[in-house]
Design a protein around this ligand. Structure first.
Ligand code: URA
Length: 432
């Protein structure tokens, strides 16, 4: 098979055969096809799209580029969750210990930050000692012993996605339905999920900016799920503004711990309970979504979810004393308040811009080799619908360099939009 012909075919808007897709993915995974040739195929897919058949073939080729776990020996239905990405999205850190505390086994393979969005793995790694790259045997053992394990993609699970994910990030090829759908579904299939709940984010801080695009992505992933025999439910949630108040790795872990202790911002609560109630339903633990939400909230209030989180962290080598007393964590050197120069109701906090400001502080990667600074980020004090008096603090910037703090302060003040009317947004938009 000829590599250049395959790239040219997609460049010229033709459909690739299953054999061509399989060949390209296998050779890329082995390192025979170099990054620059994969980069041009990705750009061609980004620009010209793929048919449904091509997307399914791509997903399966990526899923089977490494090991595909069979977790059926656990004797329980494995329901996995994934988000299409967002800003301040710490949902996995809260939701997964929560459902695990109710007996749903969690075997979760998460990603790193992508584009302006954060990644669960970077957040987990900001907990001193937490190992995201444990062996597959240890991963399975943890799920068996304590009902939960959250890892990165460092093992031989969907290795093609791991390489492609980083590459897409460095060549502006992220916001593509075929590429997002295949990336997410390949990871879910490889990590042994039997049923899948997807948080499809919509709005300024999501890769899908409109409800129509989000629906299209959701239907694509449901279709792949059907063909791969994995029942899939999509919950469309708002990413117009950052989720919760904290953005930045360590800051989000601290907020997640507060949420697990029952102090959950309303938007986080709506999203966590909606996704969680669908996960319980798919697990066979109850068809009544209202009752499922009550059960989940009770597990938070009884401290079961927080306990499960601590157990998971310590099992994976993390030092839970940092979670029990977050003052021990190394904080950023500078904390700069962003003061409002006017009064009014917050109308918008464009989340993409907030994600970019946070990345520029060092919380995300600009180049694929960049190191993450776990301590930096932003804590919002005002969200959409809140009233702000002139002189009040809108947000606090956590930075390690004075110059970047000053730049972030300026950018952040310009990002907040105030007006006369109180604006409201729906946190959970629809379920497909
Ligand atoms: N999450 C993923 O795992 N892949 C994407 O492409 C986007 C979000």
């Amino acid at each position: 098979m000829n590599i250049l012909q395959i790239i040219a075919k997609k460049r010229d808007k033709q459909e690739l055969s299953k054999q061509e897709i399989d060949y390209f993915i296998q050779q890329y995974t082995k390192g025979i096809i170099p990054d620059y040739q994969m980069a041009s195929l990705l750009m061609a897919i980004f620009l010209n799209g793929m048919s449904k058949r091509e997307i399914t073939d791509l997903t399966l080729a990526m899923a089977y580029s490494g090991e595909v776990l069979d977790l059926s020996s656990l004797g329980k239905i494995i329901v996995d969750k994934h988000s299409t990405g967002g800003v301040g999205d710490k949902v996995s850190l809260i939701l997964l210990p929560l459902v695990a505390s109710l007996g749903v086994p969690v075997a979760k393979m998460s990603g790193r930050g992508l584009g302006f969005t954060g990644g669960t793995v970077d957040k987990l790694e900001s907990i001193p000692g937490y190992q995201t790259d444990i062996s597959i045997d240890q991963f399975k053992q943890n799920v068996k012993d304590i009902g939960i394990s959250m890892i990165s993609q460092t093992m031989n699970l969907a290795p093609a996605d791991k390489k492609m994910y980083r590459l897409r990030d460095s060549i502006s090829c992220v916001e593509s339905i075929p590429l997002i759908a295949s990336s997410i579904m390949s990871k879910k299939i490889a990590s042994g999920a039997q049923k899948i709940v997807l948080d499809v984010t919509v709005g300024d801080g999501a890769f899908m900016k409109t409800i129509e695009r989000a629906r299209e992505l959701a239907h694509e992933m449901i279709e792949i799920g059907k063909l791969a025999n994995r029942e899939t439910v999509c919950v469309l949630t708002s990413m117009e503004q950052p989720l919760g108040y904290a953005i930045g790795n360590q800051l989000e872990v601290i907020e997640a711990v507060e949420c697990l202790q029952g102090n959950m911002p309303e938007d986080v609560k709506q999203v966590v309970l909606s996704l969680g109630s669908e996960m319980l339903k798919l697990s066979g633990l109850g068809d009544d979504l209202r009752q499922n939400k009550d059960k989940l909230w009770q597990a938070i209030q009884e401290g079961k979810a927080y306990e499960k989180f601590l157990t998971m962290v310590s099992t994976q080598g993390g030092d839970i004393s940092y979670l029990q007393n977050s003052n021990q964590l190394i904080k950023a050197k500078y904390m700069c308040p962003v003061i409002s120069k006017e009064s009014g109701f917050v109308q918008a906090i464009p989340a993409e811009q907030i994600g970019k400001i946070t990345c520029a502080l060092g919380a995300g990667r600009i180049q694929k080799e960049d190191q993450i600074d776990p301590s930096v980020g932003i804590v919002l004090h005002k969200k959409i619908g809140d009233y702000v008096e002139k002189g009040e603090v809108l947000a606090t910037i956590h930075a390690n360099q004075l110059s970047s703090a000053k730049q972030a302060e300026k950018d952040l003040r310009n990002t907040y939009q105030l007006g006369k009317e109180r604006k409201q947004i729906d946190d959970v938009i629809e379920i497909i």
